[in-house]
Design a protein around this ligand. Structure first.
Ligand SMILES: Cc1cc2nc3c(=O)[nH]c(=O)nc-3n(C[C@H](O)[C@H](O)[C@H](O)COP(=O)(O)OP(=O)(O)OC[C@H]3O[C@@H](n4cnc5c(N)ncnc54)[C@H](O)[C@@H]3O)c2cc1C
Ligand code: SF4
Length: 321
């Protein structure tokens, strides 16, 4: 593992000033659970780590009458148990509770989860494993080891909070040394496995998430080999408004979370399924077989459609039979 200098930022301003000074040669750490794993696997080697975890202003959940704000440093364990979050929409707590393990959730943060690096079975391995398998586009090689092509990396977006929060129309607050801005959460992501995150942008910090929209119904499904530890193989989150408008977001099967939506009166299952199939660029880079994951997108959408309907009910977690 490469050595790095380590600074605990005392304030947001200090972190942003350090980032500007060392632009391109540092990494932010929140809980550090993703960053440290990538460093150990020699996939990340920034010479400076700027630890954000001491910045008090970035933590906690603030609930207003018409708005819920979640600080970027709020841990997944806090999200999973927060009464204010559950009152707003239990899907957020359910998504948080489905991530990793109990110990991981006590350290991993909401912001870090939204910015977790994409995964691929051919890349997220030890240096020795990769040495045997060969390099790929993401690792200074010239072909994708999954497809054999040389133009596109299909690494998977694996954040489980992202599909739930995108279905709920969350917005993110981003701050750099000069300005604060807000964006739709889906705008954080690009359908590009090499550079999957367009935001928070150069030397900027994701400070908070904002929700101002409450759905009438929601549904969350996750597929993985075991109910703990494993990253998602497919996550589907959906929300339906009182007027019948539907937003569904699919994670774990493409380079970014995939949003499919339909306005009041337009929503129907065949159209949503066709749009999802068209947009999801799913390849064989997960531990579960490709055809099974593709089929499960249809299965989850069908279940979600039933449960968002008039007689909908709550959760069930998908699992390999
Ligand atoms: C065994 C295991 C199982 C897992 N299973 C799942 C799973 O089922 N579902 C799932 O969604 N995830 C899963 N994960 C990923 C896990 O959720 C992430 O590691 C975690 O959420 C990252 O949060 P963190 O605070 O530790 O981020 P860090 O590791 O600190 O940071 C992650 C990335 O985000 C950047 N960053 C962090 N915070 C900010 C910020 N505020 N502003 C700007 N940049 C920032 C960092 O520079 C880094 O690039 C798993 C991880 C492990 C190790
Ligand atoms: S999808 Fe292809 S290019 Fe991308 S990380 Fe995997 S093997 Fe490498």
């Amino acid at each position: 593992m490469a050595e790095a200098a380590y600074v605990v930022a005392g304030s947001l301003e200090e972190a942003l000033a350090l980032a500007e000074t060392h632009s391109g040669h540092y990494a932010f750490a929140a809980g550090g659970t993703d960053l440290q794993l990538r460093r150990q696997q020699e996939l990340e080697a920034a010479p400076l780590i700027i630890d954000l975890s001491g910045i008090g202003d970035l933590g906690g959940v603030r609930a207003g009458r018409h708005r819920l704000e979640i600080g970027a440093l709020t841990t997944l364990a806090e999200l999973a148990t927060s009464a204010a979050v559950r009152r707003w929409c239990p899907m957020i707590a359910e998504a948080a509770a489905s991530i990793g393990t109990p110990v991981l959730r006590m350290t991993a943060t909401a912001g870090g989860n939204l910015l977790v690096a994409n995964r691929c079975t051919w890349y997220n391995q030890s240096a020795a494993w990769r040495g045997a398998a060969g390099t790929c586009l993401r690792n200074s090689g010239d072909t994708c080891l999954v497809t054999g092509g040389c133009g596109q990396c299909y690494s998977r977006a694996v954040s489980d909070l992202a599909p739930a929060l995108i279905a709920l129309q969350a917005r993110v607050v981003l701050r750099d040394a000069h300005a604060t801005r807000e964006a739709a959460l889906e705008d954080l992501y690009l359908a590009d496995g090499l550079h999957p995150q367009a935001q928070p942008g150069k030397d900027a910090i994701l400070t908070a998430l904002r929700l101002a929209h409450r759905p009438e119904r929601w549904c969350y499904r996750k597929l993985r080999r075991r109910d703990s530890v494993d990253y998602t193989s497919l996550t589907v989150a959906g929300a339906r408004d009182a007027d019948g408008g539907v937003r569904v977001c699919i994670g774990g099967v493409s380079m970014s979370p995939i949003l499919v939506s339909a306005g009041p009166g337009d929503a129907n299952l065949p159209a949503l399924t066709a749009e999802a199939r068209r947009k999801c660029k799913t390849v064989d880079n997960d531990l579960l077989p490709l055809s099974y994951r593709r089929n499960m997108i249809d299965v989850f959408l069908e279940e979600l459609w039933r449960e968002l309907g008039e007689n909908g009910h709550e959760r069930r977690t998908g699992r390999v039979p």
